[in-house]
Design a protein around this ligand. Structure first.
Ligand code: ZN
Length: 392
């Protein structure tokens, strides 16, 4: 065990904070959480209101799945691909790919190598594409640029240090989609395991104003020229309105059980498990299971398990039992932290300062808040009067 990169009091950082919801397992580590008179929290009440159609109708699949597949096929008879999917090797994107390919869609599979892939996730990506007989395009992000951006976010001390990785992945998929003239992105995002996610714990990964401001303060900003970015004009105007690109959350139109999907992927596609949700990247594993709990008191398993409770895929008792244990041992946490620090160029003293300094809100840095207000205004009062052809 390394004493240099110690994670003191690691296991205690997973204790619940304040009041806990009587129906799901969310607690007051989400500062925006409120409770009704029966003790149910605002997060699960809001999630319930957004339940997908298949949960309500109990049908095997919502009719929109077949309609969407047919519409996508009709739209792309002269193109090489119907859709594009960014594959991380995790269970959500892997299962979304399997279901889209089984439905007969010609999927362009893209993987974005940010320098943090675990061996299991790389094996999963290659095995899945080989078995589904799909071509894979891998885009490797310039490591010096990724390293500079991730260092800047840790030094800024904000909650969402995963913004550089998420931004690069989304921007890369958009760049490849535009080049191949593919309009529909298949997203692994889903209600079943992600219906609850506190807004206060993160910040929009596509906020280019925020990314630039934090990177400038952290140093080596000139490297942004080697980093894939998604600018404001492309995000709000060119891609949705000129290129008519849009995402399809395929798993929301299907009965999706992440545990069953994991079993099927293992049995039918030689897929291997890599641990918790989003732990296919070593960076994300340290960020979610060490940095966020120790510095902010955020345990990402909590909203994930609360979501599974709302989907009827686990019970509150089982979730509480899982939350009572730390996601990994202190020894393994320290080993991962040492690896992360060696790649990002942080000393043991740097790391100690990073995890013991007071949390910084994202609002301490520049954001695109005015732009979002303008886009919200346009969506409400202008877009309804512009007829856009959409896949429904
Ligand atoms: Zn709740």
């Amino acid at each position: 065990m390394s004493a240099r990169f110690s994670c003191d009091d690691y296991e205690n950082s997973f204790q619940s904070r304040g009041r806990v919801c009587v129906r799901c397992v969310m607690d007051e580590s989400d500062p925006h959480l409120t409770f009704d008179e029966s003790g149910r929290c605002s997060a699960c009440i809001h999630a319930e209101a957004r339940r997908p159609a298949w949960m309500v109708t109990d049908a095997e699949r919502a009719p929109t799945f077949d309609q969407t597949v047919a519409a996508i096929k009709r739209e792309n008879p002269h193109r090489d691909f119907d859709t594009i999917l960014g594959l991380s090797g995790g269970v959500d994107s892997s299962w979304a790919l399997v279901r889209a390919a089984e439905a007969g869609l010609r999927v362009m599979v893209m993987h974005c190598d940010t320098g943090w892939d675990s061996r299991e996730s790389v094996d999963n990506i290659f095995t899945l594409c080989r078995k589904l007989k799909l071509d894979l395009e891998t885009l490797v992000i310039d490591w010096e640029a990724m390293r500079a951006a991730q260092r800047a976010f840790f030094l800024a001390g904000v909650a969402n240090c995963d913004i550089p990785q998420d931004h690069a992945i989304i921007a890369s998929v958009n760049i490849v989609a535009a080049r191949c003239r593919v309009r529909t992105f298949i997203s692994g995002g889903n209600w079943a395991s992600e219906s609850i996610l506190p807004k206060a714990w993160g910040h929009d990964a596509l906020d280019i104003v925020h990314l630039r401001d934090i990177w400038k303060r952290g140093g080596q900003y000139e490297l942004i020229s080697r980093f894939p970015t998604m600018g404001r004009v492309k995000r709000h105007f060119v891609n949705p309105m000129v290129r008519r690109m849009h995402a399809w959350r395929v798993l929301d139109d299907l009965r999706y059980d992440p545990l069953e999907a994991r079993r099927r992927l293992q049995a039918d596609y030689g897929w291997t498990s890599y641990g918790g949700k989003h732990c296919e990247s070593v960076f994300t594993r340290v960020f979610q299971t060490v940095y966020l709990p120790i510095r902010f008191g955020f345990d990402k398993r909590r909203p994930h398990l609360a979501s599974l409770i709302m989907s009827g895929l686990t019970t509150r008792e089982q979730a509480l039992q899982e939350l009572a244990k730390a996601p990994m041992t202190q020894e393994n946490a320290e080993r991962d932290v040492e690896y992360l620090c060696s790649k990002l160029g942080f000393s043991a003293e740097d790391w100690r300062r990073i995890v013991t300094s007071p949390p910084m809100p994202h609002s301490a840095y520049r954001t695109d808040q005015y732009e979002r207000m303008a886009v919200g205004f346009a969506k409400r009062y202008i877009t309804p009067y512009i007829k856009l052809r959409r896949i429904t």
